[in-house]
Design a protein around this ligand. Structure first.
Ligand SMILES: C[S@@+](CC[C@H](N)C(=O)[O-])C[C@H]1O[C@@H](n2cnc3c(N)ncnc32)[C@H](O)[C@@H]1O
Length: 347
C-alpha cells in the first residue's frame, strides 16, 4: 500500500459532512489520497497552505494513495445510534441521477444523505428520494434532495444511450441483463412488438444487437414516446424501430402485421393485455411476459394465461419462468418466456 504525506484537517465526525462540502466547494479537498475515518474524527487530505480552516488546525498526516470516489457514502455520515445501520446499501443510478428509497426514520437526514451520495459518486449531479413506481404509466413521485434541479438524464447501457426523465418516464437499470438475455433469443428477420416500450430500451437493444426485420415500440406515455424517438435516432436504429404513441389495447387496429415476438413489460397489469397481444401474434410467437408476483401465485398465473390463450386459439407450448429480482418480501419480478402456438384447426 503506497502512502503519501499531505496537509490534513482533523474534524469531529459530527461535523464531517458540512466541512467536507465546504472543502469540496473551495476545491481544497485532495482526491488522490483516501480520507481516513477514525472512531470520533475524520481526516480530510487537503491542498492548502493555510494554518487553519473553519477553526480546525491544519496538520500533516500520511494517507493511503487512492481515489476519493471509491468511498461508501455511509462513511461520510454520522447518524444517531440505530439509524446509521438503516442507511440503504442499494439504490439505482440512472445517468447522473441517483434514485434512493429511505425508511421513515432517515427522512429528516435526507439532505445530508443526498450530499454524501453526490460526494462519493463522481458522475452524480442529482439525488432523488423516490416512492415505488405506481399508476398506469409506471412513473414515480420523486423529490430532489441534493444537487441540481434536473430529472432529465442520459443513461448508458451496453454502449447504448438512453435519454430518460426519471420524473415522467419509467426506466430501470436493473433490467439491463434481462434485456440482453432477450436480445440473445431474437432471430434474424423477426417482427418484434414491444407493447409497453417506455423510452425503448428493449426495442433499441434488439435493433442494435440482433437482426430483426422491424421492432414496433409502443407506449401510451407521450413523454416516454418523445424520449424513445430521440433514443432511436441517437442509437442509429431509425430504420429498424418504429416508435408509436398508442394504447396497447388498440394494437390490433394499428398493426397490420403478425408478431414473431412480443415483449410485455407491464408488471401487475400485463395479464389484462395478454389476449390483445395474442391477437397480433404469428402462428408461433414468443411472448416475454413480465409480472410482479408472489412465488406461490406463479403457477396460478400461468394457468390463467393458458386459459386466455385457448380462447384466442393458442396453446402455450412452453413457459419458462425467470426470477429477475426480488421486489418486496416474498414478491418477485418475474419474466415468463412463453411460446404460443396456434391450434392446428385455426392456423
Ligand atoms: C414498466 S414500464 C416498461 C418500460 C420499458 N419496457 C422498460 O423496460 O423500460 C411500462 C410502460 O408501459 C406503458 N403503458 C402503460 N399502460 C399502457 C397502455 N395501455 N398502452 C401502452 N403503454 C402503456 C407505461 O407508460 C410505461 O412506459
Amino acid at each position: 500500500m503506497t502512502k503519501k504525506k499531505t496537509k490534513a484537517l482533523c474534524v469531529p465526525l459530527s461535523k464531517a459532512e458540512p466541512v467536507r462540502r465546504y472543502l469540496k466547494e473551495q476545491h481544497l479537498l485532495r482526491e488522490d489520497v483516501r480520507i481516513v475515518k477514525e472512531a470520533t474524527c475524520i481526516y480530510f487530505p487537503i491542498a492548502s497552505k493555510q494554518k487553519e480552516i473553519l477553526n480546525y488546525p491544519v496538520i500533516t498526516k500520511s494517507f493511503e494513495v487512492g481515489t476519493l470516489k471509491t468511498h461508501c457514502y455511509k462513511d461520510l455520515l454520522k447518524l444517531p445510534k440505530g439509524l446509521q445501520e438503516e442507511l440503504p446499501t442499494s439504490y439505482d443510478i440512472i445517468g447522473s441521477v441517483i434514485l434512493i428509497k429511505l425508511p421513515k426514520g432517515l427522512l429528516r437526514y435526507r439532505k445530508q444523505i443526498g450530499h454524501a451520495l453526490i460526494d462519493t459518486h463522481k458522475n452524480i449531479r442529482t439525488v432523488c428520494l423516490i416512492d415505488p413506481v405506481s399508476g398506469e404509466l409506471r412513473t414515480r413521485n420523486i423529490t430532489i434532495i441534493a444537487g441540481e434541479n434536473q430529472t432529465l438524464t442520459t443513461h448508458t447501457e451496453y454502449g447504448l444511450i438512453f435519454h430518460v426523465d426519471v420524473a415522467t418516464t419509467y426506466f430501470s437499470p436493473r433490467l439491463a441483463s434481462e434485456r440482453k438475455r432477450i436480445v440473445a433469443q431474437v432471430k434474424s428477420g423477426e417482427i418484434v412488438v414491444d407493447l409497453f416500450a417506455g423510452v425503448a430500451p428493449f426495442s433499441i437493444m434488439i435493433a442494435r444487437f440482433a437482426k430483426p426485420k422491424i421492432v414496433y415500440a409502443i407506449d401510451k406515455n407521450r413523454k416516454a414516446i418523445d424520449l424513445a424517438m430521440q433514443n432511436v435516432k441517437q442509437n442509429h436504429v431509425l430504420d429498424t424501430v418504429d416508435v408509436i404513441h398508442a394504447d396497447a389495447n388498440d394494437v390490433g387496429k394499428i398493426l397490420l402485421v403478425k408478431a414473431d415476438r412480443i415483449i410485455m413489460n407491464l408488471p401487475f397489469s400485463a395479464f389484462k393485455f395478454f389476449s390483445v397481444a395474442l391477437s397480433i401474434a404469428a402462428p408461433i410467437c414468443k411472448v416475454h411476459y413480465y409480472d410482479i408476483i408472489r412465488e406461490e401465485d406463479i403457477e396460478g398465473r400461468v394457468t390463467a394465461l393458458k386459459k386466455v390463450a385457448k380462447k384466442q386459439g393458442y396453446t402455450l407450448t412452453e413457459v419458462l419462468i425467470h426470477k429477475i429480482k426480488s421486489y418486496a418480501p416474498r414478491e418477485f419480478y418475474i419474466g415468463l418466456d412463453i411460446t404460443a402456438t396456434k391450434h392446428a384447426d385455426v392456423a
